[in-house]
Design a protein around this ligand. Structure first.
Ligand code: ASP
Length: 572
């Protein structure tokens, strides 16, 4: 005798015999009720509703020859049912739990427990568990200490808006939820923890894009007395384990590019190298060219960037070229020109180039006769990003992303970039990254040239991990913050504790954080980051399951000494 407990996934009356598929987290088992031998349970089985919770007892038997179902693991057998207990009834379902369901995401998230109960519905959670376990196992063998850091924390400038929590004990004061445990893990290094990790929740109050959530999870790591190479080696090992947990293999060696190379060759600081189309530079070829528009642009500082389609894409139709042109205009580029190398087909602007210039453009793009070449020019760094977007557009349109995985480090990021509006330097990543020693003199003369020991790992064009060696000298850290235009009061208020800690014997240290949600999404082939999270928020930053965020009572507001300003009064 066996007992099978689970949900009545389907009930079928087949000419007398009642078939009930009972589902649990491992799959389904077919249970057969025969009214001629077990009339009473069979008559109740007939009346079961979808997703009632049942306990079926009976005997396991082989299915009659020819009726096996190879699509399910238990498809060779079935339960000849002799008993049925309805443990709990299920209300009418808002949607069918069939795998091919077409229900709005809002409804799926409102009934997330049903969504997860669907066959395969919890795949993202299981993969996430496997990846977290692989990470923990690896770090355990490398001497890391798992430390939890506070969630009620203070505002730190990591670039995004904070979620704030009012303090009841200190009316008018607020905690902020951490955007990341960055300063806390650095402080732990000063305290001698040596190797720290945390699967840490981070909170950023940003407008949500497709793969963002207001709260997300990072594997957060910091190490003392390490070189950049040691940090990169650990990160690679960890990501390789994560690949393995997903049944994939990470390509090795992991490629490396400097930021400058990544931008000039691929037009992105997270390049996707699943296809090797690289962007070339034809500025010098066209510096003296006959087409005024280009000549003037180059004289004004524009760079001419070119890219070739592989020879396998032989023909482009007029409508494909027109469509690219329309796209280029919406991408705010200076305009897109094109030609077929060694041929006569060319856009009006390219037609005005001499044969030698056209040949030079083809060479700069690495194109042989017959290959299509695209050209963009602009004085701003935007031309690189535009060509990078064009590169990916072409790669997707012509199905050129052949290899399954592109894993690449981008290093030597600029430490600072200039905010023209606010007329001050800003940290390109975060203000705590150590800078290359040989670039230190540029801090006073040419801050834009200063490179940080910052490294990001991109998988298939998505940044999944990033980190840096940190500044461990209090005076250097203070100087960087001053360079970013911060007053001594702000520095003391926001970073006083960090500067004091650095001044009390901070070891050299560095680390990284990797986005767990994104890794699960990418390696599991999920469409949305929400598939990797138990109870995700929608793109409008609400939780349809609980309707959070919600109101609080007048009493709660009084306790916090807060007043809600009604929208109609407008902001004050
Ligand atoms: N704190 C950084 C982040 O959240 C990662 C790091 O540099 O360790 O992106």
């Amino acid at each position: 005798m066996v007992a099978v407990a689970g949900w009545a996934a389907s009930v079928r009356d087949h000419g007398g015999l009642i078939f009930v598929d009972v589902r649990d987290h491992t799959g389904v088992t077919q249970c057969v009720f025969d009214p001629s031998s077990h009339a009473e349970p069979a008559s109740r089985a007939k009346k079961l509703s979808s997703e009632d919770v049942v306990l079926v007892s009976g005997k396991v038997r082989r299915r009659p020859a020819g009726t096996e179902n190879s699509a399910i693991a238990s498809g060779a057998v079935e339960v000849e049912a002799s008993g049925l207990e309805v443990i709990n009834e299920c209300a009418p379902l808002p949607f069918s739990l069939d795998e091919k369901l077409e229900t709005s995401e809002e409804t799926r998230l409102k009934y997330r427990y049903l969504d997860l109960r669907r066959p395969g519905g919890a795949k993202g959670l299981r993969l996430r568990h496997e990846m977290n376990r692989a990470i923990r196992n690896l770090l355990e063998t490398r001497g890391f200490l798992e430390v939890e850091t506070p969630i009620l924390w203070k505002s730190t400038p990591e670039g995004a808006r904070d979620y704030v929590v009012p303090s009841r004990v200190h009316p008018g004061k607020f905690f902020a939820l951490p955007q990341s445990p960055q300063l806390l893990k650095q402080t732990l290094m000063v305290s001698g923890v040596n190797r720290y990790y945390q699967i840490a929740r981070c909170f950023r109050d940003e407008d949500l894009r497709a793969d963002r959530q207001p709260e997300f999870t990072q594997i957060d790591i910091e190490m003392s007395f390490v070189s950049e190479e040691e940090v990169l080696a650990l990160a690679e090992e960890m990501v390789a384990e994560v690949f393995r947990a997903a049944g994939q293999e990470m390509p090795r060696p992991v490629q490396r590019l400097t930021y400058a190379e990544a931008m000039s060759k691929y037009g992105s600081d997270k390049p996707d190298l699943r296809c090797d189309m690289a962007i070339g530079d034809a500025t010098s070829v066209l510096a003296q060219c006959g087409a005024d528009l280009i000549k003037k642009a180059v004289e004004g500082g524009a760079r001419v960037k070119v890219i070739a389609l592989p020879a396998s894409v032989a023909d482009l139709s007029r409508s494909q070229l027109d469509e690219l042109d329309v796209w280029a205009r919406t991408a705010e580029a200076a305009g897109l020109s094109w030609m077929k190398a060694g041929g006569t087909q060319a856009s009006p602007l390219v037609k005005r180039l001499s044969d030698a210039e056209k040949a030079g453009v083809a060479t700069a793009a690495g194109a042989s006769p017959g290959q299509w070449v695209f050209m963009g020019f602009d004085p701003s760094p935007k031309v690189e990003e535009f060509m990078g977007e064009l590169r990916m557009k072409l790669a997707k349109q012509f199905d050129l992303l052949k290899s399954p995985w592109s894993v690449v480090w981008v290093r030597e990021f600029p430490a600072l970039h200039y905010n023209g509006e606010e007329k001050r330097w800003e940290a390109a990543h975060n203000p705590f990254s150590a800078i290359y020693e040989e670039d230190v003199p540029f801090l006073d003369t040419d801050p834009g040239r200063v490179r940080a020991h910052q490294y990001d790992l991109a998988i298939n064009g998505t940044e999944v991990l990033g980190g840096s060696l940190r500044i461990h000298n209090a005076a250097r850290q203070h100087k960087m913050l001053k360079l970013m235009g911060m007053s001594d009061e702000i520095i003391e208020d926001q970073f006083g504790f960090l500067l004091r800690a650095l001044g009390h014997g901070a070891p050299p240290h560095g680390g990284f954080a990797g986005g767990i949600d994104r890794l699960v999404m990418l390696l599991g082939g999920f469409q949305s980051i929400r598939d990797t999270i138990a109870f995700p928020k929608t793109q409008r930053a609400i939780c349809p399951l609980s309707n959070a965020p919600g109101s609080v009572t007048a009493g709660q507001l009084r306790e916090l000494r807060l007043r809600v300003i009604e929208e109609k009064q407008g902001p004050q």
